[in-house]
Design a protein around this ligand. Structure first.
Ligand code: PAF
Length: 251
């Protein structure tokens, strides 16, 4: 049974008693097969695995997106139980932000492009909460999906810059059969938009130029934030209706 922890003092006591390697998978809940692959890798590689579920308000630049973010605690817990995740840290905002976010972690280079350019303050929120969680959990390894490749790289860079001891592990993007990357936001797509969605990945991995891809997506009802090549990787962010999807492929 996954033990649910809401009080940090309880976790610190448990952590002290754990003998053996600890893997950590931070999430915002609404767990899907992408998360499942991270838990499975951690369970395979470590004696103990801890997950966290916290919808982190400081990384949402759009209040509507935060409000609509799916919350599926019971189902999440069921998945964690099935995969034998030992612990779930499920904190309140006040627990993680005793300072009410007057302290933050900022990266000033790679975080200013792609997602950072289109979602102001997003990576400050991500890096700040991940630093807090890594410090709290004190894991040997932490697992992040490559769907959010820029996020993974920034977190890895942060742990090196601040001499943090948790090793950051990246895991491949998990996709639906039609190619759409699993994301907690997919459930918000209407049936019609869900049918359109796979075109995003199909074009991203095609031989077309970013300009051609932007034109084709726009013609097919997508609103494109960006399709950009950086360091042999193609990144994209689009809106289908009011749902924002991101993805990336290696070139
Ligand atoms: O990728 C996510 O789900 C979030 O950005 C993370 C890493 C859990 C931080 O809130």
């Amino acid at each position: 049974m996954t033990e649910v922890i809401t009080v940090l003092k309880d976790w610190f006591k448990i952590r002290k008693g754990l003998k053996g390697s600890l893997g950590f998978v931070p999430t915002m809940g609404a767990l899907h097969k992408g998360h499942k692959s991270l838990f499975e890798k951690s369970v395979e590689e470590n004696e103990f695995t801890v997950a966290s579920v916290f919808v982190n308000p400081t990384q949402f630049n759009n209040p509507n997106d935060l409000q609509k973010y799916p919350k599926t605690f019971e189902q999440d817990l069921e998945m964690l139980n099935e995969i034998n995740v030992d612990f779930l840290i499920f904190p309140e905002y006040e627990t993680l932000y005793p300072d009410n976010y007057v302290y933050k972690v900022t990266e000033t280079d790679y975080s200013t492009i792609l997602e950072g350019e289109h979602r102001h303050g997003h990576f400050d929120g991500v890096l700040t909460v991940v630093m807090k969680l890594l410090n709290i959990v004190n894991a040997d390894k932490a697992y992040f999906g490559e769907k959010d490749f820029q996020q993974y790289k920034l977190i890895e860079g942060m742990t090196k810059a601040f001499f943090m001891k948790t090793e950051i592990i990246s895991c491949p993007t998990i996709r639906e059969e039609d190619g759409l990357a699993f994301s907690s936001r997919n459930v918000r797509l209407t049936e019609a938009k869900r049918k359109q969605a796979p075109l995003f990945f199909k074009l991203l991995k095609s031989n077309k130029t970013p300009e051609q891809i932007i034109n084709e997506l726009t013609e097919n009802g997508f609103k494109v934030d960006y399709i950009t090549d950086v360091n042999k990787r193609r990144y994209g962010a689009v809106y289908l209706g009011n749902v924002r999807l991101i993805d990336n492929v290696e070139l």
